[in-house]
Design a binder for this molecule. Structure first.
Ligand SMILES: Cc1ncc(COP(=O)(O)O)c(C=O)c1O
Length: 396
């Protein structure tokens, strides 16, 4: 047997974690085994660096009075979800009092029209997003993603050494599916975010279907519909049954106001789901907190409440857009709960700092557009605070 002190260090442990374990008497071979205990969840946390964790530990929440920087919902879970979650707390002595995971999957089936074996819940969507990259990309099979878009897939691919192609959006802010295929004709995964974070723009289902029909055999297409309820556009759920290589992903962190409850799901071919679960023996998908499951189940079917929340967002967005137009500011034509504002002559990070002096936390910029900030549409009161602050900090 080879010398354990010469074994390579596992890449999915942060150097400080590896140092700590070695100092405490573990050898390098043990480290590889320890790294797999935390599996993909740990990988997402270190490679993906979610918005709330920039340095391996969660950042403190911003202290601003008005928080419109992180694409969260301005209010908590829908009332039926809150009631269901509260009711579940008293029964949480059992791992599964009445098959709550099954109840959740049946709610997804009812709303999305997909079969039971095509649904897998997860604690949010960051985990399945990172996990899809691990499952289907490799040093030989890269990731193709858009620019700008949500970066977690790209960061995870870089972390594990899979090549990443970042393809600019079309001039009308869709994913450029033809250019995405041309960027890597042998990729493992093509990531489509629609509505796109940060632009709020839609990539039509026809474009996604084109990519699915023209991609290399075996490659997956992941359609991230985190913000779809804010847009009210046709969704890709049926692609999960029609095409074996499509993964459709959702989260409860956005319109459902459950970011801190951690719930999401994918719809995909059962073989795809099985592949994605093999890294942790189904642990992350199987062991979800009961109040979160119950809240998600009751929320998903509350169609009229979802529509009412979308209408509230549209009113707050319309109010904000009218004001921005009067100020002569250019905004990407969004269909979701976010606005990309081009400050043209000013760096977005300086504008963000100026808003902080008014106790308004706006969003960040993306390297491809350094003068453009993402603003989350909050409540009407949030957006009134935003325009008041804007009038103080901005002049053309
Ligand atoms: C497009 C997109 N996908 C996925 C996520 C991950 O969110 P969560 O892990 O809370 O579901 C986010 C979070 O902002 C997002 O914007």
């Amino acid at each position: 047997m080879s010398d354990p002190s010469l074994a390579p260090l596992p890449d999915n442990l942060l150097p400080e974690a590896a140092d700590d374990l070695l100092t405490r008497g573990y050898n390098r071979r043990d480290l590889a085994r320890i790294a797999t205990v935390f599996g993909v969840g740990a990988l997402a946390a270190t490679a993906g660096r979610p918005a709330w964790a920039s340095g391996g530990v969660p950042d403190p929440a911003p202290t601003a009075k008005t928080r419109i920087g992180a694409n969260e919902c301005w209010t908590g879970p829908l009332a039926p979800g809150q009631r269901a979650a509260a009711g579940m707390i008293a029964q949480s002595n059992r791992y599964s009092p009445h098959d709550e995971r099954g109840d959740f999957i049946r709610a997804v089936m009812a709303v999305e029209g997909v079969p039971y074996d095509h649904v897998a819940p997860w604690p949010g969507s960051s985990d399945p997003l990172s996990r899809a990259v691990i499952s289907f990309c490799s040093p030989a099979k890269g990731l193709v993603t858009a620019d700008p878009t949500f970066e977690l897939a790209g960061r995870t691919a870089e972390w594990v050494g899979a090549p990443v192609a970042r393809v600019p959006l079309t001039p009308d802010f869709r994913h450029d599916v033809k250019a995405m295929l041309a960027a890597n004709r042998d990729a493992g995964l093509y990531y489509i975010c629609t509505p796109n974070n940060p632009t709020g723009t839609i990539t039509p289902l026809e474009d996604i279907a084109w990519l699915v029909q023209n991609k290399p055999a075996g490659a997956k297409v992941l359609v991230d519909e985190a913000y779809t309820h804010f847009a009210g556009v046709p969704v890709a759920s049926s692609f999960a049954t029609k095409y074996p290589d499509v993964i459709v992903m959702r989260t409860f962190s956005k319109i459902f106001g459950m970011a801190g409850m951690r719930m999401g799901y994918i719809m995909a071919n059962p073989e795809t789901i099985k592949t994605m679960m093999r890294y942790d023996g189904g642990m992350q998908s199987g062991a979800l907190p009961l109040p979160s499951l119950a809240c998600a189940t009751a929320s998903l079917t509350a169609a009229s409440l979802i529509a009412a929340r979308r209408a509230q967002m549209e009113a707050a967005r319309g109010f904000t857009l009218d004001h921005l137009k009067r100020k002569g500011l250019t905004v990407v034509p969004t269909q979701a709960n976010m606005l990309m504002i081009d400050w043209k002559t000013k760096a977005a990070k300086d504008v963000q700092a100026a808003f902080r002096t008014q106790s308004v936390e706006i969003g960040r910029s993306w390297p491809i557009w350094p003068t453009v900030s993402r603003i989350t549409v909050g409540s009407m009161a949030d957006m009134q605070d935003f325009v008041l602050a804007l009038d103080k900090v901005w002049s053309a």
